[in-house]
Design a protein around this ligand. Structure first.
Ligand SMILES: Cc1ncc(COP(=O)(O)O)c(C=O)c1O
Length: 433
């Protein structure tokens, strides 16, 4: 029997040094390698253009420090009773790390069963805690933009609570809603991650955006130790959260081909959706314009998810159970407050699974991923004749012809990890990114 190549959960790709060099040359020319040199300034401007924002955001060394300073910039320093920050339990640990490291205490809220963003009903229950609520950390779950309707109702719900809103859109740089509107202007301040595993991948980095010039000025000071424009620390103490010039040069190079990256990921995810939804697999509502760091799906039952995890090992396909356990079940966070029983979070966490994605994922890999999911207890096993309703098989990308996805070049095609040839896929949930 021929062993299948390992399909990695993510196969990050950064631009070559040759492509980065022309951008970095400007920093070399002026001998300016951090503290907002030419590459960072240009990246901030070009990212604002890409997101249609009036004010350039602030480039940071990663989204976790971006979230910490964004929280401090909008909520101030934790003071007396007002220390609670509402945050979904169904998120990556970094959202909660930032809340705690900024000096606040998380209070966990539930999510909507369809789009997996914070639910308005859970927010409404925060009125009882208003005396101690300092702010809200919304999350654009899995980098997906909330629909226009949800954005409006979340804005109304948070406005009624009268506290600042920080938005963690870590994987969402480039995500658009059903009207093609990008993220970047949600809440009082929004934060993106440019980590190597994100679709906009530059190694380590991030961007803080806001509609408010004042907030951005404060963020700029806080990521630079607290120095103001006269180079004095007259206000809050900051940290060092600056992005170096070399990293920004990588970002400028990635921007050049980012449209293509998004098209490839969306095309591959759409094909999986067409293949799997008719079999009872749930995709995140409103995610067509997402960025697809990976492809999150919800199995019908926890047992089906368990079976998939088992079978993934034999199939040599890496999958990850993001976000299981949810944050309120982590040992370090079990004493934190929560709103209600977080039933939607609990149910989804037991059924969620992230399927692999990469800029250059092959048609063969997509077929293997589809077959794995269909083999794990779905309502319509293969061979029942049910086909995706929207497009004929060939147009939707029948085996070997996934639109926009490179075709395998014979048996030489591999997505194995070059550092670990033949390594067994890790299928247990682990706190990686
Ligand atoms: C929801 C969320 N928030 C924050 C982060 C942290 O991003 P970074 O690695 O850039 O600090 C991540 C990273 O995966 C994330 O998924």
């Amino acid at each position: 029997m021929v062993a299948h190549e390992l399909i990695r959960f993510q196969a990050p790709a950064l631009p070559s040094l040759r492509d980065i060099e022309p951008y970095f040359a400007e920093a070399e020319r002026v001998r300016w390698f951090s503290n907002g040199g030419p590459c960072v300034t240009r990246l901030e401007r070009e990212c604002a253009n890409a997101l249609g924002l009036l004010h350039p955001g602030v480039a940071v060394n990663n989204a976790t420090s971006g979230l910490m300073v964004a929280l401090r910039a909008c909520l101030g320093t934790p003071d007396g009773e007002r220390r609670l920050v509402a945050v979904p339990s169904f998120t990556f640990i970094a959202s909660v790390n930032a809340v705690v490291w900024a000096g606040f205490e998380p209070v966990f809220v539930d999510i909507d069963p369809d789009d997996w963003h914070i639910s308005e009903s859970s927010l409404a229950r925060l009125h009882d805690l208003r005396g101690s609520l300092a702010g809200i950390l919304l999350c654009s779950t899995f980098g997906t933009a909330p629909s226009a309707a949800r954005r409006a109702s979340l804005a109304a719900a948070t406005c009624a609570l009268g506290v600042p809103v920080v938005v963690d859109s870590a994987a969402g740089f480039g995500a658009v809603d059903e009207d093609g509107r990008p993220l970047g202007d949600q809440g009082d301040v929004e934060v993106f991650s440019f980590h190597a595993t994100k679709p906009f991948a530059i190694g380590e980095g991030g961007l803080v955006t806001s509609r408010s010039d004042g907030v951005l000025d404060t963020v700029s000071e806080l990521v630079n130790f607290g120095f103001d424009h006269t180079r004095s620390v007259t206000g809050h103490l900051g940290i060092n959260g600056k992005m170096p010039e070399l990293t920004a040069a990588v970002g400028l190079t990635v921007l050049d081909r980012f449209d293509e990256v998004l098209t490839r990921r969306r095309t591959a995810a759409a094909w999986l959706r067409d293949e799997l939804e008719p079999a009872g697999i749930a995709f995140q509502a409103g995610s067509t314009g997402s960025t697809f760091q990976f492809v999150p799906i919800a199995l019908p039952t926890p047992a089906a998810r368990g079976l998939l995890l088992q079978k993934a090992q034999d199939a040599r396909i890496e999958v990850r159970a993001y976000f299981d356990p949810p944050m309120h079940r982590l040992p370090a966070l079990t004493t934190c407050r929560q709103v209600g029983d977080l039933a939607v979070t609990g149910s989804l966490a037991e059924r969620i699974i992230g399927l692999p994605m990469a800029n250059d994922i092959s048609a063969t890999s997509l077929e293997r991923i589809r077959d794995l999911v269909l083999s794990a207890g779905t309502t319509a096993p293969r061979g029942t004749g049910r086909r995706p309703p929207r497009e004929p098989a060939a147009a939707a990308g029948a085996p070997g012809s996934v639109p926009g996805i490179p075709q395998p070049r014979g048996a030489a095609l591999t997505e194995g990890d070059p550092d670990r040839p033949g390594a067994a896929p890790a299928v247990t949930p682990r706190p990686a990114q």
